[in-house]
Design a protein. Structure first.
Length: 95
């Protein structure tokens, strides 16, 4: 899929929703929010073939060398919800 085509379709979708509900509507704002996240993830994975979850885990590991609170055991204790999210994604998204 070409990025140019994707952007064109998204713009058309936004125009349609804006015309129907207005730019300030919750529906328009939700569409903007969801598409922004999903397009970013898609483009990152599609264009670069990088694994965002792997990149995040590597970054946290790198940061943990400078910030003791981010070492795996401490991270799990200090940030249980983030850790749970990472574990869930690791189980459900990793090939």
């Amino acid at each position: 899929m070409k990025s140019k085509q994707l952007k064109s379709e998204i713009k058309e979708l936004f125009n349609f929703v804006e015309t129907s509900f207005g730019r300030d509507s919750l529906l328009y704002q939700n569409l903007d929010y969801y598409l922004d996240i999903l397009v970013s993830v898609y483009e990152y994975n599609h264009d670069s073939e990088k694994d965002l979850l792997k990149e995040l885990k590597n970054l946290l590991l790198k940061l943990s060398k400078e910030i003791p609170e981010l070492e795996p055991k401490q991270f799990k204790e200090n940030y249980p919800s983030i850790n749970e999210m990472i574990q869930y994604l690791d189980i459900n998204l990793t090939d």
